[in-house]
Design a binder for this molecule. Structure first.
Ligand code: SDX
Length: 432
């Protein structure tokens, strides 16, 4: 970051001395006012619940232009990555800053493929859960438990440990997500098969069974890979900020990623794809497209507490570019599976059309986000609704790791410790 010519001066109406603060510029996007010395100089904190105007860090990984609806991974537009590279090359880019070339790509694919198996003990960990446990509860447990198996790589300040933990997490997440699914349906776990692609391996571990050959459908394989690319990273969203804050205490990478999984589960964040699919199914049960108008009235009624899941975004005030790519993927998959007339897809498109013309949504700049179509395409592939967020966590793991590593490598980083505006009881004595 570079010092801008501009400076910020904070003055007070009560005559307290004004305070000058430096302004820094990045390469693109808003400048920042450096308030680190504010408390020391004024005895006051800033107040920004939800961090609507707060940059928590400097980062070179992902950039979003919410007004343009642009998403860049290390400078490359998501549209180009989704159409020109695969997920593992995208992982390499997010982790290292450049796309792998030639042998680098082959070596990285091989390295990840050689770490796809998990310790056999983990299956006993799963057995502690009821068969109907939500997969995100299972995954939060399994990923946190991984730290118990890798004492050789839990020192987050050791670059070698960070590297091998990154590879292990990227490689093992598909295996763990598939195990959580198989455990829920009472089928045997499928071991990874390393001659398959990353996405093909995942599909086979999910839908293959030991009693017959599983043939990967290349259209579904490509769709899965694109779903992973679209979910890989997204600046300082809630779960990424959770991973950074958790990792800032020096805890091990597995524990920090488990914290990210727990945060992603929420319906306002990664859980929105599951909530969106359930919403579409509810409208379908109510009568489908004929009931959309009635549903939208509920959404616009503040007292109903009903939101149009898969719509709106803290940063995008234009169309989420991932939603467009996800809709295309939806089209491809539904055509491949002969589901072009999928009623939920038609219903989603009808909802989107109405919302994009309705002043309630237009005035609030609410557009479809990544979660609006991702549930429909995952459901078509055969992924159960309660596993959608697990797939999101699988893909986002590389983004969480890249952001965590960037923080740890930043000489300026400190343990995160926000302050507060205290509104509780002042000092009082126990009357006993
Ligand atoms: C993800 O941060 C990231 O980058 C996240 C993510 C990632 O890749 O990591 O992109 C993934 O989490 C995508 C978002 C998934 N969540 C949903 O689809 C849930 C539905 N969306 C909303 O909950 C909401 O839009 C948020 C949480 C996504 C954003 O909320 P904000 O930025 O805090 O905005 P807000 O709640 O202040 O909304 C502004 C206005 C409000 O109305 P007014 O008070 O101004 O009258 O818009 C309304 C809101 O009530 N509004 C909605 C709405 N989203 C916002 N009204 C109806 N339906 C919605 N979906």
């Amino acid at each position: 970051m570079k010092l801008a010519d501009n400076k910020a001066t904070l003055s007070f109406s009560n005559g307290s001395p004004s305070i000058e603060m430096p302004v820094y510029s990045g390469n693109i996007g808003p400048d920042v006012i450096d308030i680190r010395k504010l408390y020391g100089q004024s005895g006051m904190f800033t107040y920004d619940p939800g961090f609507l105007s707060t940059a928590s860090c400097q980062s070179a990984i992902t950039y979003i232009d919410g007004d343009k609806g642009e998403l860049l991974y290390r400078g490359y537009p998501i549209e180009q990555l989704a159409n020109k590279v695969d997920f593992l090359d995208t992982c390499y880019l997010l982790l290292n800053g450049e796309l792998p070339v030639g042998q680098q790509s082959k070596d990285f694919h091989k390295l990840v493929n050689n770490h796809t198996m998990v310790n056999e003990q983990l299956q006993f960990f799963l057995r502690g859960f009821r068969r109907d446990a939500h997969p995100m509860a299972v995954l939060t447990g399994l990923i946190g438990a991984l730290s118990a198996f890798y004492h050789d790589s839990t020192d987050i300040n050791n670059p070698e440990h960070r590297h091998i933990s990154a590879i292990r997490l990227i490689a093992k997440l598909p295996t763990l997500v598939a195990m959580a699914y198989k455990y829920g349906v009472g089928q045997p776990f499928m071991y990874p098969q390393n001659n398959l692609s990353y996405s093909g391996n995942f599909l086979r571990m999910m839908f293959g069974v030991p009693c017959e050959e599983y043939v990967v459908n290349p259209v579904l394989e490509r769709a899965m890979d694109r779903i992973f690319i679209l979910h890989a990273d997204h600046e300082q969203n809630a779960s990424t900020s959770t991973v950074r804050l958790c990792g800032s205490s020096g805890t091990n990478p597995f524990a920090a990623i488990a914290a990210g999984v727990a945060c992603l589960w929420g319906p306002a964040h990664g859980g929105a794809n599951e909530a969106c699919l359930n919403m579409l199914e509810d409208i379908q049960k109510m009568g489908g497209i004929t009931k959309v108008g009635e549903f939208m009235e509920k959404v616009k009624d503040k007292n109903s507490g009903v939101k149009l899941m898969g719509f709106g975004h803290r940063v995008y005030k234009n169309y989420d570019p991932r939603a467009k790519l996800m809709q295309e993927t939806c089209d491809e998959v539904l055509k491949e599976l002969g589901l072009e007339n999928d009623p939920l897809f038609k219903l989603a498109k009808a909802l989107e059309k109405i919302a994009l013309e309705d002043d309630y949504f237009v005035s609030r700049k609410l557009y479809p986000n990544v979660d609006f179509y991702s549930g429909i395409v995952q459901r078509a592939i055969g992924i159960p609704v309660n596993l959608f967020t697990g797939v999101f966590a699988l893909a986002r793991t590389v983004g969480w790791i890249a952001q965590l590593n960037e923080m740890i490598s930043d000489s300026e980083y400190k343990i995160g410790r926000p302050r507060q505006l205290f509104t509780g009881s002042v000092r009082r004595d126990v009357q006993r």
